[in-house]
Design a protein around this ligand. Structure first.
Ligand code: HEM
Length: 439
């Protein structure tokens, strides 16, 4: 954040950054919404002034696997995206609402009556269960529990500001025995792979055309020659979805809980809105609430969980913000800098949800999920989760922040997370009254 802020002050909307990103020796960081609109509407389709290359993401392969959506290029990328989209949209999303609420209620029912509750830990459990159950169609059982435990441990390594360097520095991935970071990482990957491959082989044997979870869709997919995906491709796709799909949302939820409980006036206004809901046990009623929506947007604005888009590559000479860019150059959109622009968001460092009620922002001014060819596949699911989990917790429990010191943002893996724990304690439970049923 410091690096981005300093360079934005020095150079403005576009600058060359000496950022370590795979084999590239520099990236161009862009934060002007108009320039971003140009880049992210020309990275797909016939003109193709730019591309959204998967090979530029190889730096993430050790963490997320080599054969998945993130690493695919061009047509292959487009086809795979279309294939995996259905579980994240429309009708399917509707089915997840109740499940998200049930999972949340299950997790908060385990919270202690006295003593601190680590918000991030619980949010991670919730989002992991949502991915495993809703998106993958995995059901409670031994394999499910082992996967949940292993993926949690993996995130403890990649999620700490110090050990997360393992993601970016290949020499740290070197296996120097079971106690070295590289050794632990390898061991966990092997154990996780065994579980994922066992699930894949079981599901191959009992193919069910009615199922629409990601694994079933990927299992049924065939290319033009009629070949399906290999076990390795399926494993890499699952691993990528598991990791990107839950750490990001858990980070956003933790920030949302932190902000709401840091400002009494925000909590009060939100509670007043939540009380207008006729049946808090119906998660769909939360989805239309304007202030809840504003709180979730402001959470994603102030510290966007992903600070930068994936790289886009210049394919033909173009002019951008007065500069001539040559083929081969890599560009990244800086969501963090866009969201800090004074002319769009006055006093940008202040948490003020009202700004989302006072004006409309274009998709390139408020851009937490990126845009264009690689726009976040899980954006709708993540927004759904944010609203339902937050509203479910607030309508059931009155909580208080334990730590009064501000929680600072910092890198957790590849996300912009918290540098210290967000701890809450229970003040009291709220009773949820059911609406009267007409007879
Ligand atoms: C608050 C939560 C989340 C945030 C802020 C977020 C943000 C992002 C961003 C910024 C990108 C890159 C967009 C670009 O380069 O233009 C991205 C890509 C992606 N996200 Fe998310 N994400 C979130 C949750 C999720 C969830 C829940 C899933 C799936 C279960 C998911 C799956 C993906 C995938 C697969 C891609 C890559 C798409 C591609 O390469 O075509 N994300 N996300």
């Amino acid at each position: 954040m410091g690096y981005l802020n300093t360079n934005f002050k020095r150079y403005g909307d576009i600058f060359n950054a000496r950022v370590l990103w795979g084999e590239s020796d520099g990236l161009i960081i862009v934060s002007d919404p108009k320039a971003l609109q140009y880049i992210l509407t020309h990275d797909v389709g016939a003109g193709k002034e730019l591309s959204a290359p998967g090979d530029a993401n190889r730096i993430l392969a050790s963490l997320l696997g080599e054969h998945n959506l993130l690493m695919l290029n061009g047509n292959q990328h487009r086809t795979r995206r279309q294939l995996v989209m259905p579980p994240f949209h429309g009708e399917r999303l509707g089915v997840y609402g109740r499940l998200i609420q049930e999972i949340t209620l299950g997790v908060i029912s385990q919270w202690p009556t006295n003593g601190p509750i680590d918000v991030r830990c619980s949010m991670q459990t919730i989002t992991m269960r949502v991915i495993l159950q809703a998106v993958f169609g995995l059901h409670e059982g031994e394999r499910y529990q082992q996967l949940e435990r292993l993926l949690g441990q993996r995130l403890d390594i990649t999620g700490s500001p110090i050990t997360s360097a393992i993601v970016f520095l290949p020499w740290l991935q070197k296996d120097l025995g079971d106690w070295s970071p590289g050794g632990k990482f390898r061991l966990m990957t092997e154990q996780t792979d065994r579980l994922l491959l066992a699930e894949i082989s079981e599901r191959r044997a009992q193919a069910d055309p009615e199922r629409v979870d990601i694994l079933s869709l990927l299992l049924a997919a065939k290319d033009e020659e009629g070949n399906g995906l290999t076990d390795q491709e399926l494993r890499d796709e699952l691993m990528m979805f598991l990791l990107v799909g839950h750490e990001t949302t858990a980070t956003a939820l933790t920030w949302a809980m932190y902000w709401v409980h840091s400002f009494p006036e925000v909590k009060q206004r939100l509670m007043a809105e939540l009380e207008t809901v006729s049946d808090p046990a119906d998660p769909f009623q939360f989805l239309q609430l304007p202030y809840l929506n504003a709180v979730c947007n402001e959470t994603l604005r102030i510290y966007p969980v992903a600070m930068l888009t994936f790289p886009r590559r210049v394919e033909v000479p173009i002019e951008l913000c007065g500069y001539q860019l040559e083929p081969g150059m890599l560009l990244m959109g800086a969501m963090y800098l866009v969201h800090q622009r004074e002319e769009l968001y006055p006093q940008p460092r202040e948490f003020r949800p009202e700004r989302f009620l006072e004006r409309q922002f274009s998709p390139y001014e408020f851009i937490p999920f990126g845009a264009g060819a690689r726009r976040c596949v899980g954006a709708a699911l993540a927004q759904y989760e944010l609203k339902i989990v937050l509203a479910t917790i607030l309508t059931r429990l009155d909580l208080n922040l334990v730590n009064k010191r501000p929680v600072k943002p910092g890198r957790r893996g590849v996300t912009l997370g918290q540098t210290s724990p967000v701890l809450v304690e229970k003040l009291r439970s709220r009773s949820v009254s059911k609406p009267l049923v007409k007879v």
